[in-house]
Write a protein that binds this ligand. Structure first.
Ligand code: M6R
Length: 365
């Protein structure tokens, strides 16, 4: 049941503080060390692994892009993230020193499952992140990390994404501690920051009226662009997918630095540009990109961390998220984008939970 909400999607958006919390606490022991019951990746196993692939589709792929960043940053292992339908057909270099991480909410996505089988036949170790106990992917993987999102009914994935992010951060931290690439102090800090995420998501959700107003302003737009740098670019991709999928508004995500290599030609009067600017080291550069599109008439909606008032000079609207460790910002910046898609979809009279032409779980290749 929808528990008093109009749609499953908005119910599931609101369930994220809890999903994130469950995914985290179920994997921490009383000393806040990570315990991965179904995962048996020892230090010796990790020392053998010289390549990690993260393979998934759609939203799960977008989570995988953030996962790549976290694993490379924390555990210093080279990672490639690929969409399952591409990975399979490009004859990737996979052997017994490869770790394949597959990410799938349903655990039944045909392309992801096929990629798993192929990599397994070449000797790779398979770690699955999935939300469904007993799913095909969970049964065929060597190790399984379950997300604790609870059932996701809406076709548009929301709480699966944020819990996948938490899972990937935890896997990255676990690998890093085993390999000795981060200090205990750093580990404690990130765990502490993760523990504070649910209440920060709550704060953003409490502000959803403001996002609904922005949805009202942009609901008639034919096109929209989402821009970001670093982790914010990956979230831009997720935001663009979400609005396309449920409101049928054409949207594209661009790495903000790529604008001047072609796409800025598309910017015209009043086109909504959602600019995600949560990363401190890239903040100034993002502000200049926002100024560039604003000068060409774009309606700029920025997402930034509280306190970074400087975005206001380059934006028509700013959605502030609570201050957060930059590395974890994706778990927060995505929330306003989910809400924006939801409200635009409702206002355009679309079938929010069951968008046309789509199925919840794609079991054909
Ligand atoms: O069940 P999976 O996570 O394997 O599904 C992957 C994609 O089909 C899925 O994330 C899809 O992109 C969503 N509908 C996006 O909201």
């Amino acid at each position: 049941s929808k528990g008093g909400y109009d749609h499953f999607m908005i119910k599931e958006i609101n369930e994220q503080p809890n999903g994130v919390k469950e995914t985290l606490v179920r994997r921490l022991d009383e000393n806040r060390n990570i315990k991965l019951d179904n995962i048996n990746l020892t230090k010796e196993d990790l020392d053998k692994i010289n390549k990690v692939y993260i393979v998934a589709c759609g939203t799960a792929y977008h989570a995988g892009l953030v996962g790549r960043y976290a694993i490379e940053k924390f555990a210093k292992i080279p990672v490639e993230t690929d969409v399952a339908s591409e990975f399979r057909y490009r004859d990737p270099f996979v052997d017994e020193n490869t770790l394949l991480i597959v990410v799938s909410q349903s655990g039944e996505t045909a392309d992801t499952l096929a990629a798993l089988r192929e990599a397994k036949s070449k000797g790779a170790r398979i770690l699955a992140i999935t939300n469904v106990v007993g799913s095909s992917i969970s049964r065929e993987a060597d190790d399984v990390f379950y997300t604790w999102a609870g059932p996701e009914i809406a076709v548009a994935s929301t709480k699966a994404y944020t819990t996948q992010l938490v899972s990937l951060y935890m896997i990255a931290l676990d690998m890093a501690m085993k390999k000795g690439t981060i200090t205990q102090e750093f580990y404690n800090q990130v765990i502490n920051d993760l523990e504070n995420i649910p209440s920060k998501i709550e704060e953003i959700l409490n502000n959803s009226d403001e996002i609904e107003k922005i949805a009202e302003e942009i609901k008639e737009a034919k096109n929209a662009f989402y821009i970001g740098r670093g982790l914010d670019y990956y979230v831009a991709m997720e935001g663009a997918l979400k609005i396309k999928e449920i409101s049928y508004m054409h949207a594209e995500a661009f790495a903000a630095g790529e604008l001047k290599h072609g796409t800025i030609a598309l910017i015209e009067e009043n086109i909504p540009v959602v600019a995600i600017a949560s990363q401190g080291s890239l903040f100034e550069k993002m502000v200049s990109n926002m100024e560039e599109v604003k000068a060409r008439g774009a309606y700029v909606i920025a997402v930034a961390q509280e306190g970074n008032k400087e975005v206001e000079k380059a934006a028509d609207r700013v959605i502030y998220i609570p201050k957060v460790n930059d590395i974890l910002a994706s778990i927060l910046t995505v929330i306003p984008l989910q809400l924006l898609s939801y409200y635009v979809s409702v206002k355009r009279g679309c079938d929010v939970d069951k968008p046309r032409n789509l199925a919840k779980s794609v079991t054909v290749e």
